[in-house]
Design a binder for this molecule. Structure first.
Ligand SMILES: C[S@@+](CC[C@H](N)C(=O)[O-])C[C@H]1O[C@@H](n2cnc3c(N)ncnc32)[C@H](O)[C@@H]1O
Ligand code: SF4
Length: 429
């Protein structure tokens, strides 16, 4: 009897060493499993079971159970080296910011299929990457479940003029299978769009062609410096290659995916480079004009989405950086807009949600009140130290200031936050 692992979609590569199977799951994760049966032989993706057919059937079930157990409990990210928790039905997808779906009473749904990043930007608001000091677990959401729940939420909010936005605590383009996800979301959003944030490092010509085919409307590409050294320093990685990203930007610009370049200003660190990125985007737009219309506005999207670096509780802050308020930031952007105007160029740098067709839209109900005390069971480990997760009333509850010992136990939890259906609570004694 044989068991061919190549027919399981999530298994993207198979290696073996004796009776040890090393499975690559969805490209960026890995799990290794010792097969405790003498009668098996592993040859590439095929496990041969050389025994009586009745026992072989039992061993096959045993191997499949072992694989599911290890995927559920021992999955690791090859990128961040962290443990990965595989999220599937019936665990809710609404309630946490690290994975699932977020809706904030607008016609945009944030889609977070996974978390984890291949860069280590020195300013990262979510302290992502291999060298993170705060993140202890990553999450991956099963694609079929993610699509099913997205469809339910989209139908609840109203499908018309809806945006599915792939973003999150990490690099959205590392999600696998990304093209299938984009295709499914764009099939649901018939009169809307699908957009994605990206640091660009994983994008190549082939993937961009496929994303274009799948109906991706826009990529918000993070570029923070043109100078190679500065770009590496900001990305926190010596292997970050800004020239590759600039080339990818040009390739996107020549596709049917709208390119928005999203530089971040770190005052006192990349002031000159920030302006060089804006100039790059303006020059590129003059050379390669895109005429992709956003059906939410019936206009072209802006070509730049300038961001100001902010300081977050669990984020990173570069020592030399000066903290600016938005007033000062908008003054600078205004100054740049005027400079462009003098050169006869109409460059919009200060944006509002309406520029992207974002408007108010029916919200999901809030099942919890702030201050309410509920009884629940902690089920999964959390994203950062001192956090565990529970599931109640169709929401994930992030229980903070606690420890892993309470996983599996019933606890009393006071709700501290319910805004935008992101639920945070703490244990009450
Ligand atoms: C957290 S990242 C996730 C998506 C993707 N990894 C990327 O960098 O584009 C989303 C956006 O937030 C920006 N960002 C990161 N840290 C920030 C901070 N401290 N303040 C403001 N924006 C920040 C990034 O530059 C990026 O454009
Ligand atoms: S800002 Fe984006 S690319 Fe940089 S470390 Fe954070 S998540 Fe990764």
């Amino acid at each position: 009897m044989t068991l061919d692992l190549s027919k399981y979609r999530m298994i993207t590569n198979i290696k073996s060493k004796g009776n040890r199977l090393i499975l690559e799951i969805n490209k960026i994760y890995e799990v290794s499993i010792d097969i405790p049966y003498e009668e098996v032989e592993i040859e590439e993706s095929v496990i041969k079971i050389n025994t009586h057919p009745k026992r072989a059937e039992n061993l096959k079930m045993g191997i499949l159970n072992l694989i599911s157990y290890h995927i559920a409990n021992n999955l690791r990210s090859k990128i961040t080296k962290r443990r990965v928790i595989y999220i599937n039905e019936p665990f809710p997808l609404i309630g946490h910011t690290a994975f699932g779906l977020i809706e904030r009473g607008r016609n945009i749904i944030q889609v977070r299929g996974h978390c984890g990043c291949n860069l280590n930007c020195i300013f990262c608001s979510v302290d992502e990457g291999e060298f993170s000091k705060t993140r202890k677990n990553d999450y991956y959401v099963d694609i079929d479940y993610l699509i099913k729940e997205y469809k339910k939420l989209a139908e609840y909010k109203g499908i018309k003029k809806l945006e599915a936005h792939l973003d999150g605590q990490g690099e959205p383009s590392l999600y696998y299978p990304l093209v299938d996800l984009v295709q499914a979301l764009s099939d649901i959003n018939v009169e809307g769009i699908v957009s994605m944030q990206s640091n660009g490092t994983v994008l190549d010509y082939k993937l961009i062609d496929e994303l274009e085919e799948a109906g991706l409307h826009r990529i918000n590409l993070s570029i923070n410096a043109i100078d190679e050294k500065m770009a590496k320093m900001l990305a926190g990685r010596k292997d970050y290659n800004i020239n590759k990203i600039l080339d990818i930007a040009e390739y996107i610009k020549n596709s049917k995916i709208h390119l928005l370049i999203a530089p971040i200003l770190l005052p006192n660190i990349n002031d000159t480079e920030f302006k060089r990125v804006i100039d790059f985007a303006v020059d590129l737009d003059l050379r390669v004009k895109q005429n992709i219309i956003n059906p939410l506005t019936n206009k072209r999207d802006p070509i730049l989405g300038c961001q100001l670096c902010r300081v977050y509780q669990f984020g990173r802050k570069p020592k030399k950086m000066k903290v600016w308020n938005f007033e000062k930031f908008y003054e600078l952007l205004k100054k740049y807009e005027i400079e462009y105007k003098k050169r006869g160029l109409d460059v919009k740098l200060i944006l509002r949600p309406e520029d992207f067709g974002i408007h108010r839209r029916k919200r999901l109900p809030y099942p919890f009140k702030v201050g309410e005390v509920i009884r629940t069971k902690a089920i999964l480990d959390g994203r950062i130290k001192g956090e565990v997760l529970a599931a109640e009333r169709g929401r994930v509850i992030q229980i903070i200031n606690t420890n892993e010992d309470i996983i599996g136990k019933r606890v009393k939890v006071r709700i501290l936050r319910n805004k935008d259906n992101i639920i945070v609570g703490e244990v009450v004694k």
